[in-house]
Every structure is written in C-alpha cells, then in structure tokens.
Design a protein around this ligand. Structure first.
Ligand code: SF4
Length: 431
C-alpha cells in the first residue's frame, strides 16, 4: 500500500465521503471545524464547503481564516494509525469493526505533509491516532512526526496533536512542547454519559486528569501550545441534555482554561452498537454553538439560558432571542444610555457593535437608526428591544422605509428553524 492509499484510509475524508453527509462532522478522534460568532452572522449560516479531496482520498479541511486563497487554514487531518483497541460505540474505527487498517510512520507522514505543504496544498497538520495498550507509544509516534516537522523541516506552522486518554505526564509534556494546539475529546459531559459511549474510557482518570495536566504544563510555560487546548462532545448519543453539555463546558472554561468546545451532532455509523439511533438534528448542534458563544463572549451563565422541561435549548428560536423574550422586565433599553453589559443582551447587538456604540456616544448624540446600522446593529432583530432617545425604535422605523412586517419578533433572519449547519470559517489559532 503506498502512502497516498494509506492517507486515503487514515484521513477524515474517507469517512466523510462514504458515510456522512458533506455537512456533518465525524464523531471520532477528529474535531470539527471552528465556527465564527453565530451572532455576527445575520442569518443561519451555511457550511462553506467540506474541503477538497486530493488523489488517494486525502481530505484537505478548510478551517480558520486568512492564510489560504480560499480564506481558510487548510489542514491535513489524518490518523497516525486507525488500529484501535478501544470500543467507542459511535466510532467507525472501533475495535472489531471491519474496516481496512493501516499505519503511517512518522517519517512517511512528515515527508508527505511537507510535500503537500511545499505544493501549497496544506497549511497545517491535525494529527490523531487510534489507541492500543501501548498508549504512550501511540502518543510518541505523533510526537515524533511533529518533531521531524519542527526540527528537520523547520516547519513553524500549525500542528494540532491529540492527547490520547490515559497517556503519561511525560507524554503530555512532550506533546505540548511541539504542538500549536492540543485536544482531548471528552465526548460526554459526565462519567455516566460517557459510559453510554465507551466501556474503556475513564472520564475522570484517563481524560479529565490529562486535561488538567495540560493546563498545568501551560501555566508553567505560557509559550507552549499558543492555540491552547480544546475538546469535543458527541451530541445526542448518550441521553445528555443541552444543559448538561453547557454546564460542563462552562466548568471547563473556568477551571482548566479550555480554549473552546466543539459539538458534533451524532450520526450513526453502520455496524456499530449505536447504529440504531437516529441522527441528531444539526440544528441542535447549531443552537449549542450559539449558546456556547453566549457563555464565552456575551457574559451569560448556563443557568440564565432558556431550556425546556427536558433540559434542551429551544430549536425554533436562537438562545439569545429566547432569553430576551423571557425577560421583558429588562426591555426596551435606551440605546443612548444602556451600559455595555446590557447592550450585549440585546438580540442583534454583538460585542463589536456594543463597543462601537459606547464609543460613538462619547462624542455624538445618536438620534437615527441608520447610525446603529453603520455600527453593525441588526435593526430587524434589535428594534423590538430598543428605544432611541426615549422613543421605541420600532415606531421610528415604521416611519421610515423599513416595513413593519420585518420587525416581527419571531420572524427576523437569524433564527428560522433550519437544519443547515453553521458556517465554519474564521480562525482562532493563536487568539
Ligand atoms: S479511541 Fe474511540 S474514537 Fe478514537 S479511534 Fe478508537 S474507537 Fe474511535
């Protein structure tokens, strides 16, 4: 088997091509692409594309922003090996499943990556691995690949390495020495939920403890892993609620400095123990990303978000609009007086437009809706919640060209029910 055939098996492209729709991410050792602020996009965003396939089925994943002609950092996402003794119930590579198995040596992988990089086909590497009893050996092979890239080829670009559950502290230290970013996928919000996804992974000992080690290593040497550590959850296969997931990620942000969490809508893989479950609607995944954004950048706590009796975010309306609609006591706010924190609570206003508005108010009296539009405020979402100089913005707009029908609280762009996934674009590397 030549290297291209191997990478065709070990890349995430093989799975995406054959078993998932182009818009769904693989709930496995890989992590889905990053997303931008869902509230800076005025409609439910759409996937920009699932990347491109090179000869041999190598999948080039467009993530991040700004470095390539397509506007994204193109990652070669690949496993060092898909030989795995673990049994994750959702995974295409689980032990005993009948799939081609192979391994690529650190030398081969580093050389092939550099060839692709020199041909300007890829910008960075995302490397994961199946797991055998010799967990440190599996981790060491990924470290060797990165070491060859960093030393022999003097590659200074982005390398994302997986931390395998159960690895030693020494292996964690070596990995963080070379990687731009590391990740260990928790997959579930609690040990009880993880037990429904894997009989071999220990939530506290094998996974959370390693994530704490990563934090300690980075605390001791802030120059390491400049893009931090991240994790991923499989959504909808373990009976977890959205509240369970968001409470877990909130703790991870606060306690171990997690850079961010990813949510991967469960999609059943044939011939796995969970293949009888229905796929999770992508809209649920999208609502989780929107709620996650509220936790990280909008000052919300998980307990403030609106959940239904089953602990799920409403699907018909985005989490920020759901919160605003449930708190009429705070509205309408006067855009000419409200402080930054309250402006952030207004649907249609994000951190950038809130900052610009506060800045503008220092030198000007804001009197017309067009000024708000120029600052980035989405009037169709924000109008029902705002006053301008004491007058309801809706009535000001109704006297202008904006048709009142567009001001209906429950029909603005941005929270129509949709199964379309979020756009996956700007880069957070190093942010
Ligand atoms: S550890 Fe689990 S998720 Fe990773 S390759 Fe093995 S079975 Fe799949």
């Amino acid at each position: 088997m030549d290297i291209l055939q191997k990478l065709g098996i070990l890349g995430d492209g093989a799975l995406q091509e054959h078993e998932l729709s182009a818009n769904q991410s693989a709930p496995s050792c890989f992590t889905p692409q990053r997303i931008p602020d869902p509230y800076q996009h005025h409609r439910n965003p759409v996937v920009k594309g699932s990347g491109k396939f090179l000869p041999g089925g190598i999948h080039i994943s467009p993530v991040g922003g700004g470095k390539s002609a397509s506007g994204g950092v193109r990652l070669l996402k690949v496993l060092q090996t898909n030989i795995c003794e673990f049994d994750c119930f959702y995974c295409e590579h689980r032990a005993g499943r009948d799939v081609p198995r192979t391994y690529v040596s650190p030398e081969e992988l580093a050389r092939t990556f550099m060839t692709l990089h020199q041909k300007r086909l890829v910008d960075g590497l995302f490397l994961s691995s199946g797991i055998t009893k010799k967990i440190d050996t599996m981790q060491e092979r990924m470290v060797q690949t990165a070491e060859i890239l960093r030393t022999r080829y003097r590659f200074r670009g982005y390398i994302h390495l997986k931390i395998l559950p159960g690895v030693s502290l020494a292996a964690v230290e070596e990995t963080t020495r070379l990687a731009s970013r590391v990740s260990l996928n928790l997959e579930a919000p609690t040990p009880q939920h993880l037990a429904r996804l894997s009989a071999k992974k220990s939530f506290l000992d094998d996974m959370l403890t390693r994530m704490v080690w990563v934090k300690r290593v980075k605390d001791a040497d802030p120059d390491r892993i400049p893009a931090g550590q991240i994790t991923q959850f499989v959504v909808g296969a373990a009976g977890e609620t959205d509240h369970d997931l968001l409470a877990a990620v909130d703790r991870l942000y606060k306690q171990i400095g997690l850079r961010r969490a990813y949510f991967s809508a469960f999609s059943p893989v044939p011939d796995t123990p969970l293949d009888h479950l229905p796929p999770t609607p992508l809209l649920r995944q999208n609502r989780l990303y929107q709620a996650d954004w509220l936790l990280r950048f909008y000052g919300f706590s998980p307990t403030e978000l609106v959940f239904n009796a089953e602990g799920r975010l409403p699907l018909a309306v985005d989490p920020k609009m759901a919160w605003a609609a449930n708190h009429p006591e705070f509205f309408p706010l006067d855009a000419t007086k409200a402080d930054y924190e309250m402006l952030l609570r207004v649907p249609g206003i994000g951190p950038t437009s809130a900052r610009r508005l506060i800045e503008l108010r220092r030198s000007l009296v804001v009197t017309d809706p067009q000024s708000l539009t120029r600052l980035g405020v989405v009037l169709k979402r924000a109008a029902p919640f705002l006053l301008l100089q004491g007058r309801p913005l809706t009535s000001i707009l109704s006297q202008t060209r904006v048709r009142p029908a567009q001001l209906d609280l429950w029909s603005p762009e941005g929270f129509q029910p949709s199964d379309r996934p979020l756009i996956l674009e700007p880069d957070e590397i190093g942010r």
